[in-house]
Design a protein around this ligand. Structure first.
Ligand SMILES: *Cc1c(COP(=O)(O)O)cnc(C)c1O
Length: 380
């Protein structure tokens, strides 16, 4: 099956053996009757498994070309499960330009349990080797990175991971499997904040993991069940509904992203535009090789790098809504320094380029002309 068919049909055969409904029923239930102790029809308690969630988990595995999918109550709950496969003393090498909540989870929760994280630039995968030692267990990659849109070569990272026998985990939230499929590039774990593009309508908070290795899947399933950060059946249903249009939405996100990035790149008041589709982007060639297109996430900096001016611009936007999050059908704008990255110390965030005037756009699927006109009136 090709990708555009998988988003609709992947793992969805015979979802309702009782009546043949073409969408899986919402099994709003916590427990299941047993004919004799242990004699059940595949489900015994909805933390351990629920038919609606199972249908979603099959769909998630299918679109990422993986064997096993696991759905969680949020993206961070999914990351939490991944890191819980490690032990005190273990080390993780992570991208330095990272989703703020991931950074907070790594440094403020897991470092307290004795896991060590190294945050480094990975645009050159060889850098990773400098930090590998006998305690290294995992490489954590976000690409494109948030919010600087750096592109990391997943294949090159996978080679380093294989050579040193450590796992490679990729946060595929920004790209989605429409743009890149990390398991095919050699990654071991794909993680999603499904809250964003996979759901696509800003109405569900959810996380996902997809893996190919059976033993790893069993370990993650154990944690999913033992720690219990699952998602409910209603949200699973909504996520499945969102997934079915992922490819059409992404196509339009990419088209609109191009229109907006090109407008900004030619604007006299704009200092820099970060979008991997621009030939001026430092990792444009890697992006071209590993991604099908370049997505709808764009960051830019105004000339003069004025904090107040950036705040004024995001306040003036009308079609773009000022809000955290991304990946929905509607366009959003954010000011990372005061919003998503406020939990990262100024010194740390500026090292990776998150300066005071940086504005991040999640370009939606509205008419591109309206989006450009909105930016025009706001930037002046
Ligand atoms: C939003 C996001 C997360 C966290 O996911 P939640 O669903 O908000 O818990 C992790 N990584 C990236 C890249 C994100 O954008």
């Amino acid at each position: 099956m090709k990708f555009n068919t998988k988003t609709i049909h992947g793992g969805q055969h015979d979802v309702d053996p009782a009546y043949g409904a073409v969408m899986p029923p919402i099994y709003q239930v916590s427990t299941y009757s047993q004919s004799t102790p242990g004699g059940h029809k595949g489900f015994e308690y909805s933390r351990s498994g629920n038919p609606t969630r199972a249908a979603l988990e099959r769909a998630l595995a299918s679109i990422e070309n993986g064997q096993y999918g696991l759905a969680f109550g949020s993206g961070l709950a999914a990351i939490d499960a991944v890191i819980k496969t490690l032990q005190p003393g273990d080390e993780v090498i992570s991208t330095n330009d990272l989703y703020g909540g991931t950074y907070r989870l790594f440094t403020q929760v897991f470092e307290g349990f004795g896991i060590k994280f190294h945050f480094i630039g990975m645009e050159n995968a060889e850098n990773i080797e400098d930090y590998i030692n006998e305690n290294t267990r995992m490489i954590w990659v976000e690409t494109p990175t948030n919010p600087m849109m750096n592109i990391i070569d997943i294949k090159a990272c996978a080679e380093v991971a294989k050579k040193h026998e450590v796992l490679l985990a990729v946060d595929n939230t920004f790209a989605t499997p429409y743009l890149q499929q990390p398991l095919d590039l050699g990654a071991d774990i794909i993680m999603h904040s499904a809250t964003k593009y996979l759901g696509g309508h800003s109405d569900v908070v959810m996380g996902a993991l997809v893996v190919n290795d059976k033993a790893l899947a069993e370990k993650l399933y154990f944690i999913q069940n033992a720690s219990g950060a699952i998602c409910g059946p209603q949200d699973s249903f909504l996520m499945l509904r969102g997934l079915k249009t992922l490819h059409v939405r992404m196509q339009r996100h990419c088209e609109n992203g191009k229109a907006v990035a090109e407008y900004l790149a030619n604007h006299p008041k704009i200092e820099a535009v970060y979008w991997p589709g621009l030939p001026s982007h430092p990792n444009h060639e890697v992006a071209k090789a590993q991604m099908k297109d370049f997505g709808g996430m764009i960051s830019f900096v105004t000339k003069g790098n004025d904090y107040e001016e950036a705040i004024k611009i995001v306040e003036k936007l009308k079609v773009f809504t000022l809000a955290e999050s991304l990946g929905g059908v509607e366009s959003l704008a954010g000011h990372p320094a005061s919003m998503t990255h406020a939990s990262i110390p100024k010194e740390e965030r500026e090292k990776t380029g998150v300066v005071d005037s940086l504005i991040r756009l999640s370009v939606g699927i509205e008419d591109a002309e309206d989006l450009v006109a909105d930016l025009k009136q706001a930037i002046g």
